[in-house]
Design a protein around this ligand. Structure first.
Ligand code: MG
Length: 367
């Protein structure tokens, strides 16, 4: 495979509802859509899932543009390779971290690779499931709004609900949700809002039968999480702390978590995501696919990834309409009876709506 052109499209999409977590609020979602053309004119799509500000990880839309323009695009344009994993290996050797920038290019290469093989992206990644269960994330807000929002999603058939918590907005919130929805598969994401001093706050949540508590402690920690897991009945799920296969291996060995949230952007691409999936499968650690308030391109990749067998917990993969008035892909991602069908078409399984893309593009550059 030889790549002849890389085009970056910086876009802005307004969220249907602003998204509030313990660290920040996102109203307008900026993304960089990556279009890659191979020597035979095949087009592959990827997406930078970093946010405009570094609240989730250190990367931003601007740092990713810089990394791709100045380092990653020149490398991919100079390479000849058979499989996206060869690019992943080369780039991880030449460039430290900047995982979301790497993943955006690598995702587009996987799309092209699947097209060249005449198979779907899901099949290329080793996925076997025909459909995946869909979960949804509810941002912070008044108790009334949170309950109303959850009720609406439950009626739409979503299989799992995740709420954001922080100290002071945890016990009461979870208690009221549990009283209203006693059997709802429910989990809480803390985005690192707690410390070991607050172990009692988290122990108080054990009584509510949460599926898991996601990333309670520091975003780069696995040691304290291992201490905390010993004190909690509720399984800990790691998100921010796992940026690579080796992080996952060490966390499993230390007992830092019982579940892992895999986001291909956070771990540097789909190749690394599949490696982490396989590792977790061998260690009986269930995984699920996390969301980044992404457009349909990254969402389509997530659907393909979540079709692998150890993605046994519904992920943050919901319908396009959950986030956008209009998505960049055709058809849009639809949830029916709480499930999303895994496309069987060649490649990503969705087409990019070029006309709409033009309308939302703020700037564009080709290399
Ligand atoms: Mg999270």
């Amino acid at each position: 495979m030889k790549i002849k052109k890389v085009t970056l499209h910086l876009i802005g999409l307004t969220l249907v509802t602003p998204f509030v977590s313990s660290i920040g609020t996102v109203k307008e979602r900026e993304s960089i859509l990556v279009e890659i053309e191979d020597e035979d004119g095949r087009i592959g799509w990827g997406e930078v899932v970093a946010f405009s500000s570094p609240w989730y990880t250190e990367e931003t839309i601007k740092t990713c543009w810089h990394m791709i323009e100045d380092f990653i695009a020149p490398i991919v344009l100079s390479m000849t390779f058979d499989h996206p994993s060869q690019f992943a290996e080369e780039i991880s050797y030449k460039l430290k971290r900047n995982n979301m920038a790497k993943a955006a290019i690598e995702g587009a290469l996987w799309d092209i690779y699947a097209q060249r093989k005449g198979i779907s992206l899901a099949t290329a990644l080793g996925g076997t499931k025909k459909n995946i269960e869909s979960g949804v994330v509810v941002g912070m807000g008044s108790m009334e709004t949170v309950l109303k929002t959850i009720g609406a999603y439950v009626n739409e058939g979503y299989k799992r609900v995740k709420v954001k918590i922080e100290p002071g907005k945890d016990l009461e919130v979870i208690k009221v949700i549990r009283q209203t929805f006693p059997h709802l598969p429910l989990m809480a994401d803390a985005n690192s809002a707690y410390s070991l001093n607050l172990v009692k706050n988290l122990q108080a949540l054990d009584q509510f039968g949460l599926l898991m508590i996601e990333q309670p402690l520091e975003s780069d920690d696995i040691i304290d999480h291992a201490k905390l897991q010993k004190e909690l009945q509720t399984p800990i799920c790691l998100d921010e702390s796992i940026t690579s296969y080796d992080d996952a291996r060490k966390a499993i060995e230390l007992g830092s978590c019982k579940v892992i949230n895999i986001k291909s952007g956070r771990v540097g691409g789909l190749t690394e995501a599949v490696k982490i999936h396989d590792l977790c499968l061998n260690h009986h650690v269930p995984v699920w696919c996390g969301g980044m308030l992404e457009t349909g391109i990254s969402r389509a990749q997530n659907i393909a990834l979540a079709s692998l067998e150890n993605f046994t917990i519904p992920g943050d993969i919901s319908a396009s309409s959950r986030y956008w008035e209009q998505d960049v892909i055709i058809p849009e991602v639809q949830v029916q009876g709480g499930k999303i069908e895994v496309p069987t078409e060649i490649g990503l399984g969705y087409k990019v709506n070029r006309q709409f893309l033009e309308q939302i593009t703020k700037s564009k550059k080709s290399f």
